[in-house]
Design a protein around this ligand. Sequence first.
Ligand code: SF4
Ligand code: SF4
Length: 180
Amino acid sequence: MADKEKKTIKTIKIDVDKCNGCRACEVICSAFHAAPKYSSNNPARSRIRILRDPHRDLYVPVYAGEYTVAECAGRDKYTIDGKEYDECSFCRASCPSREEFKEPDSGLPLKCDMCEGEEEPLCVKWCLVDALQIEEREEEVPEDEVQEEQEDLDIGLESLADKFGVEKIMDALARMKEQD
Ligand code: SF4
Ligand code: SF4
């Protein structure tokens, strides 16, 4: 039987108690995503934000997640180990109710991409107190996900064939193979 397809799941573990609010993670993230790379740094452009309240000893690293068009009607407020966190403190959404996770000039949503192309996420590397730690594990890709990918591929190929004809596509593929 053929081996099942596997995918790598990366998880960044956040230890809120270890974070001292130095913001090194914000600096390196915004520099890495500057255009050209490392040409500037502006924490407002970072895909990780530290919610800081030194008076209450609160430092919460939060990663930019999905964009959402509308803010939530109901909100959560957590108290952990006697510390009360503000509404939305742990939320990763780029949402109309707040400034976090938006490109300051364009207002476009920002999302963590795990520093695509880098061996290790740079925020993890730059966090000297290990408040951020990366974990990786392999998981089998569920059958329906594989099937969905195959269907997407079929649809894509079909529309290319309609547009250019099968022969031209085959020629292009042969040329690409030669270049490998
Ligand atoms: S680099 Fe680490 S300690 Fe500094 S703010 Fe970021 S998560 Fe916190
Ligand atoms: S993993 Fe990379 S992209 Fe994501 S927040 Fe950290 S530095 Fe930014």
